[in-house]
Design a protein. Structure first.
Lengths: 628, 163, 594
C-alpha cells in the first residue's frame, strides 16, 4: 500500500478495504467463483489448544486439494467461548465449529468446503433442545452479548492493517481530525459517560480534560495493558484481536488533550499481544498513519511499546509510570495526579486497554447513541473474563446493567456437574464476592461497590460449594503479600499480618479475637495504604467475612472447613463398604500412608502421615474415598 | 561464576542500541534476561557502567520484578498458573506435585539444570485451568497424575537428544 | 510567596502556597508526627504512613500523607478541611507505628540510637502498643565489617532517607531498595557489606537514619582497653567537634563553643594529654602550601587538590584514581599529629613511641577507615590508634557521669606541641583549608602577610565556590572549593578532560565540610522541640560560625606564625616538604581500588 498522507487517500483506502473485507465475510449463498474464507481463532487460549497447527494443517490440506486459490485461511482474535476452543468459522456459510482438532481438518475440507455440508459433530449443541447450532449468533453464549471493545476480535486478522481498515478502522480518527476540535472530542467522551475500564472507573473525559488544561511542551498518553488480576484476560484478548482499534483510541485521546507520544505498557506474560501490537504500530508508521503530520492535518503521534516484567502493582498508574521510567514499580502519592505531572514529569493520561478500545466506537456512533447502552451511571459495555466453576469459560462483553444471573446462567451456562452456586468474585484481588442474594442485581460500577465488591478490570470467577471462602480470601491475601511493592507500612507489614491471621483461621488455631483483629486491621489498611493495591487489599477478606460469617465461624469455633478445602481441617477417608480393595489408592499415594490387603481387606488411610494431596480420591474408580 | 567475554559484549551492544531512548533500563534488562536467561551482578555492573546508573539501583529493579532472575533458570521452566481460575481448580496441588516430583522448592531449579518450577500469576488461559506453561507451551487441564508423565516425557526428550 | 487559606481542626490559617500540609501545620502550631519525611519533605516517599491526616470534603473524609500533600490543592474556600486528631487519623497513625514495631527489633534499651530514635518518639506520641501485632520478621542483616558504618536491618523502617542522602550528597547511590513486599530491604547491592562496596564511609546516611539501623562503628572499647593497659593515651580533637559537641548536652545548635568544657571533660576522662588537632592543621598547611608553591613554581601537576577529607580520598581512589597526581600527598592533620607524637614528641620526652596511644576525636566516620590505612603508619607504628566520633565522645562523657554544665572551661595542653592558630580552626568548615593555605602561601611567596587576612570569597555553604585571588608575586590564581562528591564530580571531570582552570581545589566529602560530618551530633527537628523550626537549613551555618568566631578571636591567624610549628621545623623537620617531612607527614594513594 502507498503512504496514506491525505484524508482523500484514507477515504479511498477505507473504501477499497471495506469492499474487499465485506466480500470476504459476506454471509449468504456460496457464489459461483466459490470464494470461501476460513477464520481460525488465534487467541492465546486456542493457540495453546493447537489452533496454530490446525491452521497450518488447513493450509497444507487446501494445497493438496488445489483449493488454495478459492479458500483463504486467516487467524483472528478471540471468539470468547474459550472453554470450547479452538474455533473455526467459515464464510459465506457462517458456520462455526468448536473444539476442533488437527484430525478434523480433512473432514472439514471434504465435507464442508467441498461437500457444502457442515460437519455435524463439530457444531454447537443447544443444551436444552439437543439441536445442532450452525450460526454463532444462535448460540446462547453470544445472544446477550454486545461487542464494542471487542470490535473486530474474531473477525479481522489482527496482523493485517487492510482488514482493520476494512472493518471500521480509523474512521473515528478521520472524523476527529477533520471535523472536531480537541475540546469537542473531550466533550463527546464526557457526554458518552465513558468511565475507565481498568478498575478505578474514573470518567475518561474528565481525565483528558485535566491533562488538556495543563500547558506543557510535551504530554503523554499511556495505555495500561498490565492486566495483573489473576483470572482476567480481557486486555490480552483485545490487544491480540484488534490492536489497531486500541491504537486508534489512543491517537484520539492524544489529539484530544495534546499528547504526541503514546506508550503501551503490556505484561511480559502476553508475548502474542506484544508482537501483534508492535507489528500494528510498525505497519501504521509505514503507511504514515503514525508519525508526523498524519493525513496532512498537522497532528503528529508516535507509539512505543514497553513490556512489563512481572509485577502486579504496575497496574497502578504511578507504579506503571515508574516502571516505564526504568525504576522499581513503586507507586507514589497522588496528588500530583499524572494528568498534571506524569511520565518524566509531563502531563500524562493513563488509560486502560478496554477504555481506549471503546473510544473509536463512541466517536463513530456518537456519544448519544453510546449513552443509550448501559445504566444511568455506567454507560456502554463491559468485558468480563468469566472463569472458575462455570460451564462456559471465556470472554464476555455485555451491556452494563446485565444481571449476574444472565452472566452466569444464560451466558455462562451455569455451574458444572450440577453443583451449587456459591459466589462470584469480581474485581480480582481488589474486589469482593457476590452471592446468591445478589444474583438479580444489574451489574455496574456503582451497584458492585454498593454490594461490597468492585468491577475491577473485569475478572469474574465463579465459585461453587466446593470452594472454601476463607481459603479464597487466603489465596488473594497470599497474592497481595507476594505482589505488595513493599513501600508503605500498611501494605507491606499490614497485609503480612492479615495473612498470618488468616492462616491461623485456615489452620484452626484462630480465636474469635482473631476475627475481630482481622476486621480491624483490614479497615486500617484500607484507609491508610498509599495506593489502590493496599487500599483494596483487604476487600476479599471483608467481603467474605460479611457474606460468609458462618464459614469463618466454623473454622474458628468448630475447627472445621465446611467445604473440606483447608488441609489442616479436613481428611480423606475410605468408606470400607464401598472399597473394592483394588489397591489403586495405595499405589497412587505419594506418602505411602494407605494400607490394606488387595482383594481381602479394605484400605485405610493413616491420617498421621497423610499429606492430603488428594491423589487417592482422584484415582479411586468406585467413589469410596471422600473428604470430611 | 564469571560471564563470558562474548556475553559481556552482547550486553554492551544491547545497552548501546537503547542509549537514545528515554529511561531504557527496563527494556535493556528485559532484553538481557531473554538473551542470557538471567542477569547476574556482573552483568548489572556492566549495565551500570554503560548507562551511568548506580548498580544498587539496577539491582533494586532486577529484584523487584519477577521476570528478572539472578541465577540461571532450568532448561525447562515449568510455570504453573496460580491465577484465580486455576487456583479454584486446584492448581496448588499441581505445583506442589511438580515440586515434590522434582525434589525442589517452588522457584528452585533441579541440580541437573533441567527444570525450574515457578508459580506464575495467570497466563490468561483460564479456560484451560488448571494450566501449566512449559517454555511457552501450554498444557491444558493438568491433573496431578499427569505431572509425572509430563516430567518423564521431557526427560526422555532430553535423553534422546543427547544420544 | 502567594498564600492560601487552609482549614485545620476547624480554624482557618493563611499559609504559603508551596507548603505541604505537614509543613503548613507546623507553622500553624501543630506538630504532626512523621518518620520517612526528611528535609522539609524534599525527601519523602510518603511510605511510613505515620503522618496521615484526614482531609474532609462534603463527600467525606480520606486519609492522606500530610508530608507530601500540597496545601495548594485543598483551599478552605473549596470546602476542604484538615483533621489531625479525628478518630480515623489518630487510629491510623497509631496503627502504622504498631505495624512498624511488629517488624522491628525491640532492644531499645541498648540501641545505639537510644535517645535519638525517631521511631520511639512517634511510638510515644501516637500511643502505639509495642506488641499489638506480632508475626514473622523480615530476614535481617547485621553488618559491622566496615570500619565506619554499622548496618542493622532489624531496625530499618525502609524510609529511604539514606538512599536519597547518599545519592544527593555523594552522587554515588551505594544504597538501594532490594527485593519486594515484606522481603524488601535497604542495602548496598546484593545486601553486601559496606566494606565490600565503594562506600566512602562518610556516614551521611547515619545522620539521616531515623532509627538504629545505621550507626557509627564504635571504638570506645579500644580506648578503654588502651587506658587499662596503662598506655599513655593522648587525645586530640578536630576543630569541628567543638562546634557541635555541646548539642549533645542540650545546647541549641551554635549556642556554645564547646572547646573549654570539652577539654575539661577530656582531662577528667583520664587522658594523658589533651591536644588540639588544630596544631597539626597548621602543620598540614605548612606542608600543603609548600607543595602548592612547588607545583606552581616548578611546573608540577595542577590543580593541586586537598587531601584531608578521607571520604574524598575514598571517592578518588574508587572513581578518579587517574587524578592521584593532582592530590596533595599530605596526610590529614590528625594523622600528622599522630606521626609527630610518636616521633618528635616521644623523642623529646624520652618516651617509647610504642607506649603512646593516640586517640582522635573526629566529626567523621571515614576517619575510622583512614586510621586503618596501611599508608598511615611510620616504621610499622600506626599514626593514630583509635578514632572516636563527636557522638562517641559525648557518650564517654555521659558514661563517666561528667556533668557538662558543671564543667569549667579549660585550655588544651601545650607541651612542645599544641599551640594553634585561627587558620587551623577553620579547617572544620568548607573553604577553611583553602583560606588557611592561601594565607600561608601568600606569605611564602611574598614575604609578607595577606593584609585582609580573610579570603571571604571561599566562605559560604554553596556546592561549588570559585575565586580568583591575587597572590602578589605569583599573580592571580584561580581556586575552587567544593564539598559533597555530587558537587565535586563536575570539577573532577574538568580536570580529567584537561579543562580545569584552577591552581588549587579544596574538596570536602561532606556537604558543608566537617561541621556536617557523619560523626556529628544528630540534627533531628522532631526530637528538638526547643530548636528553631528552620534548624535543618541553618545548623551548618551556625556550627561554621562557631569556628569562624574562634578564628577571628585568635591573635595568631596564620599557620606559619604558630610558634610551636616554627620550633618543630627548626628543631626537627627542617623545612616543609623536607625528606623527614615526607617520611612522616606524607602518604600515598591506591590506584583503581576495588
Amino acid at each position: 500500500m502507498d503512504k496514506i498522507n491525505s484524508v482523500e487517500k484514507l477515504d479511498k483506502v477505507i473504501e477499497d478495504c471495506s469492499a474487499a473485507f465485506s466480500k470476504k465475510i459476506r454471509v449468504g449463498e456460496r457464489t459461483k467463483d466459490g470464494k470461501i474464507a476460513i477464520l481460525v481463532c488465534g487467541d492465546t487460549t486456542c493457540v495453546a489448544n493447537g489452533s496454530v497447527d490446525i491452521q497450518s494443517e488447513l493450509e497444507k490440506a487446501l494445497k493438496e486439494y488445489h483449493l488454495e486459490d478459492k479458500v483463504t485461511v486467516n487467524h483472528v482474535g478471540c471468539f470468547g467461548l474459550c472453554s470450547q476452543g479452538p474455533f473455526i468459522k467459515i464464510f459465506p456459510d457462517d458456520t462455526i465449529y468448536r473444539t476442533v482438532k488437527v484430525g478434523d481438518v480433512k473432514r472439514i475440507i471434504e465435507e464442508d468446503i467441498i461437500g457444502g455440508k457442515p460437519v455435524e459433530d463439530l457444531l454447537f449443541v443447544d443444551p436444552e433442545t439437543g439441536k445442532k447450532i450452525q450460526k454463532q449468533e444462535d448460540v446462547n453464549f453470544y445472544k446477550k452479548q454486545k461487542r464494542i471493545a471487542l470490535h473486530g476480535c474474531a473477525v479481522i486478522n489482527p496482523d493485517y492493517l487492510e482488514e482493520a481498515l476494512g472493518y471500521d478502522g480509523f474512521k473515528a480518527l478521520k472524523k476527529v481530525l477533520t471535523t472536531m476540535t480537541p475540546q469537542q472530542v473531550i466533550d463527546e467522551i464526557l457526554a458518552s459517560g465513558l468511565r475507565g475500564r481498568g478498575g478505578a472507573s474514573f470518567p475518561t473525559g474528565r481525565k483528558w480534560q485535566f491533562a488538556a488544561n495543563v500547558q506543557s511542551d510535551q504530554k503523554y498518553i499511556v495505555c495500561n495493558g498490565d492486566e495483573g488480576d489473576p483470572g482476567a484476560f480481557m486486555d490480552r484478548s483485545i490487544l491480540e484481536g484488534n490492536p489497531f482499534n486500541v491504537i486508534e483510541g489512543m491517537m484520539i485521546g492524544g489529539y484530544a488533550f495534546g499528547a504526541s507520544e503514546g506508550y503501551f505498557y503490556v505484561r511480559a506474560e502476553y508475548p502474542v499481544a506484544v508482537r501483534r501490537l508492535k507489528r500494528a504500530a510498525e505497519d501504521l508508521e509505514k503507511l504514515g498513519l503514525l508519525g508526523d503530520n498524519i493525513l496532512g492535518t498537522g497532528f503528529s503521534f508516535r507509539v512505543h511499546v514497553r513490556e512489563g516484567a512481572g509485577a502486579f502493582v504496575c497496574g497502578e498508574e504511578t507504579a506503571l509510570l515508574a516502571s516505564i521510567e526504568g525504576k522499581r514499580g513503586m507507586p507514589r502519592p497522588r496528588p500530583p495526579f499524572p494528568a498534571i505531572k506524569g511520565l518524566w514529569g509531563k502531563p500524562t493520561c493513563v488509560n486502560n486497554v478496554e477504555t481506549l478500545a471503546t473510544v473509536p466506537y463512541i466517536i463513530r456512533i456518537g456519544a448519544k447513541e453510546f449513552a443509550k447502552i448501559g445504566t444511568e451511571g455506567s454507560k456502554g459495555t463491559k468485558v468480563f473474563a468469566l472463569g472458575g466453576k462455570v460451564n462456559n469459560v471465556g470472554l464476555v462483553e455485555v451491556p452494563m446493567g446485565t444481571t449476574l444471573r444472565t452472566l452466569i446462567y444464560d451466558i455462562g451456562g451455569g455451574i458444572p456437574k450440577g453443583k451449587k452456586f456459591k459466589a462470584i468474585q469480581t474485581g480480582g484481588p481488589s474486589g469482593g464476592c457476590l452471592t446468591e442474594k445478589d444474583i438479580d442485581t444489574p451489574i455496574d460500577y456503582d451497584t458492585l461497590v454498593a454490594k461490597g465488591s468492585m468491577m475491577g478490570s473485569g475478572g469474574a470467577i465463579v465459585m461453587d460449594e466446593d470452594n472454601c471462602m476463607v481459603d479464597v480470601a487466603h489465596f488473594y491475601m497470599d497474592f497481595i503479600c507476594d505482589e505488595s511493592c513493599g513501600k508503605c507500612t500498611d501494605c507491606r507489614i499490614g497485609t503480612k499480618r492479615l495473612m498470618e491471621m488468616l492462616t491461623k483461621v485456615t489452620k484452626g488455631t484462630a480465636t474469635e479475637q482473631t476475627l475481630e483483629d482481622l476486621k480491624e486491621l483490614s479497615e486500617i489498611i484500607k484507609n491508610g495504604s498509599l495506593c489502590a493495591l493496599g487500599q483494596t487489599a483487604a476487600n476479599p477478606i471483608l467481603s467474605t467475612m460479611v457474606n460468609f460469617p458462618e464459614e469463618y465461624e466454623a473454622h474458628v469455633k468448630e475447627h472445621k472447613c465446611p467445604a473440606h478445602v483447608c488441609k489442616d481441617l479436613m481428611k480423606y477417608v475410605i468408606d470400607p463398604n464401598k472399597c473394592k480393595k483394588c489397591s489403586m489408592c495405595a499405589r497412587n499415594c505419594p506418602a505411602s500412608c494407605i494400607s490394606g490387603v488387595p482383594g481381602k481387606e479394605p484400605y485405610v488411610i493413616d491420617q498421621s502421615k497423610c499429606v492430603k494431596c488428594g491423589s487417592c480420591m482422584a484415582s479411586c474408580r468406585f467413589g469410596a474415598i471422600s473428604k470430611e | 561464576m564469571t560471564i563470558k567475554e562474548e556475553a559481556k559484549k552482547e550486553v554492551i551492544a544491547i545497552c548501546a542500541s537503547h542509549k537514545d531512548e528515554p529511561s531504557p533500563l527496563m527494556v535493556i534488562l528485559e532484553e538481557i534476561q531473554k538473551k542470557l536467561g538471567y542477569i547476574p551482578l556482573e552483568v548489572q555492573e556492566v549495565v551500570s557502567k554503560e548507562m551511568g546508573i548506580p548498580v544498587a539501583e539496577i539491582y533494586g529493579v532486577v529484584t523487584f520484578y519477577n521476570f528478572f532472575s539472578l541465577t540461571p533458570k532450568g532448561k525447562y521452566v515449568v510455570g504453573v498458573c496460580l491465577g484465580t481460575a486455576c487456583y479454584v481448580k486446584n492448581s496448588q496441588q499441581i505445583i506442589d506435585k511438580f515440586a515434590q516430583s522434582l525434589g525442589i522448592e517452588i522457584g528452585g531449579t533441579t541440580e541437573d539444570g533441567l527444570f525450574t518450577v515457578d508459580a506464575v500469576r495467570c497466563i490468561g488461559a483460564c479456560a484451560l485451568a488448571p494450566s501449566v506453561s512449559i517454555n511457552g507451551r501450554v498444557y491444558a487441564k493438568v491433573t496431578p497424575t499427569e505431572v509425572d508423565k509430563i516430567i518423564a516425557d521431557l526427560r526422555k526428550k532430553e535423553e534422546t537428544a543427547n544420544g | 510567596m502567594e498564600k492560601v487559606n487552609i482549614k485545620i481542626e476547624g480554624r482557618i490559617y493563611s499559609v504559603d502556597k508551596d507548603l505541604t500540609v505537614l509543613e503548613a501545620a507546623r507553622r500553624c502550631g501543630y506538630n504532626i508526627p512523621s518518620l520517612c519525611s526528611w528535609n522539609h519533605g524534599k525527601c519523602s516517599l510518603a511510605s511510613c504512613r505515620v503522618c496521615l491526616v484526614e482531609i474532609r470534603t462534603a463527600r467525606g473524609g480520606k486519609l492522606f500523607a500530610s508530608c507530601v500533600y500540597p496545601v495548594a490543592d485543598i483551599p478552605a474556600e473549596k470546602g476542604f478541611e484538615v483533621f489531625i486528631s479525628s478518630p480515623m487519623a489518630t487510629k491510623a497513625r497509631k496503627a502504622s507505628v504498631e505495624l512498624l514495631l511488629s517488624n522491628h527489633s525491640k532492644d531499645c534499651q541498648t540501641c545505639v540510637k537510644n535517645g535519638h530514635c525517631e521511631l520511639l518518639h512517634v511510638a510515644q506520641v501516637t500511643g502505639a502498643e509495642a506488641n499489638k501485632y506480632e508475626g514473622e520478621l523480615t530476614p535481617t542483616t547485621y553488618d559491622d565489617l566496615a570500619p565506619g558504618i554499622v548496618r542493622d536491618t532489624s531496625k530499618c523502617i525502609l524510609c529511604g532517607r539514606c538512599i536519597e542522602r547518599c545519592k544527593e550528597a555523594q552522587g554515588i547511590g551505594i544504597l538501594g531498595f532490594e527485593k519486594r513486599g515484606f522481603q524488601t530491604i535497604v542495602a548496598p547491592v546484593m545486601n553486601k557489606s559496606f566494606a565490600k562496596v565503594p562506600c566512602l564511609q562518610c556516614g551521611q546516611c547515619i545522620n539521616v537514619c531515623p532509627t538504629g539501623a545505621l550507626s557509627e562503628h564504635r571504638e570506645i572499647d579500644k580506648v578503654d582497653a588502651a587506658m587499662k593497659a596503662g598506655k599513655k593515651v593522648i587525645v586530640q580533637t578536630a576543630p569541628a567537634v567543638r562546634a557541635a559537641i555541646a548539642e549533645e548536652f542540650g545546647k541549641k545548635v551554635g549556642e556554645e563553643n564547646g572547646t573549654g568544657r570539652m577539654v575539661a571533660a577530656l582531662h577528667r576522662l583520664g587522658f594523658y594529654r589533651v591536644f588540639d588537632t588544630n596544631f597539626s592543621a597548621d602543620l598540614t598547611i605548612m606542608e600543603e602550601a609548600q607543595e602548592l608553591i612547588n607545583r606552581i613554581t616548578k611546573g608540577g601537576v595542577l590543580p593541586q587538590i586537598t587531601s584531608c577529607s578521607p571520604g574524598w580520598i575514598n571517592y578518588m581512589e574508587f572513581f578518579y584514581s587517574d587524578l592521584i597526581p593532582n592530590v596533595s600527598t599530605c596526610k590529614s592533620p590528625h594523622e600528622m599529629f599522630g606521626a609527630i607524637l610518636k616521633s618528635y614528641y616521644a623523642k623529646k620526652h624520652g618516651l617509647d613511641p610504642k607506649d603512646i596511644y593516640v586517640v582522635s576525636v573526629m566529626p567523621c566516620t571515614a576517619k575510622k577507615y583512614e586510621e586503618a590505612r596501611p599508608q598511615n603508619a611510620v616504621d610499622g607504628l600506626r599514626d593514630v590508634d583509635a578514632v572516636i566520633t563527636t557522638r562517641e565522645l559525648a557518650l564517654m562523657i555521659k558514661r563517666a557521669g561528667i556533668m557538662w554544665n558543671s564543667l569549667p572551661e579549660e585550655e588544651f595542653d601545650n607541651d612542645l606541641v599544641g599551640e594553634y592558630t585561627g587558620a587551623g580552626a577553620i579547617f572544620g568548615v568548607t573553604g577553611g583549608v583553602m583560606e588557611a593555605a592561601l594565607r600561608t602561601a601568600y606569605h611564602t611567596l611574598n614575604g609578607k602577610e595577606y593584609e585582609a587576612i580573610d579570603f571571604k570569597e571561599v566562605r559560604g555553604l554553596q556546592g561549588v565556590k570559585e575565586a580568583e585571588v591575587d597572590m602578589g608575586a605569583a599573580g592571580k590564581v584561580k581556586v575552587a572549593v567544593t564539598s559533597g562528591m555530587a558537587n565535586a564530580k563536575k570539577l573532577l571531570d574538568e580536570i580529567r578532560e584537561g579543562k580545569s582552570e584552577y591552581a588549587f581545589i579544596e574538596i570536602m566529602c561532606c556537604p558543608g565540610g566537617c561541621i556536617n560530618g557523619g560523626g556529628q551530633p544528630f540534627v533531628k527537628p522532631s526530637l528538638m522541640e526547643n530548636e528553631d523550626p528552620d534548624i535543618l537549613e541553618t545548623y551548618r551555618q551556625k556550627r561554621a560560625d562557631v569556628l569562624y568566631t574562634i578564628d577571628e578571636r585568635k591573635t595568631i591567624r596564620q599557620s606559619h606564625n604558630n610558634p610551636d610549628i616554627q620550633v618543630l621545623y627548626k628543631d626537627y623537620l627542617g623545612e616543609p616538604c623536607s625528606e623527614l617531612s615526607e617520611h612522616l607527614l606524607h602518604t600515598s594513594y591506591v590506584k583503581d581500588r576495588e
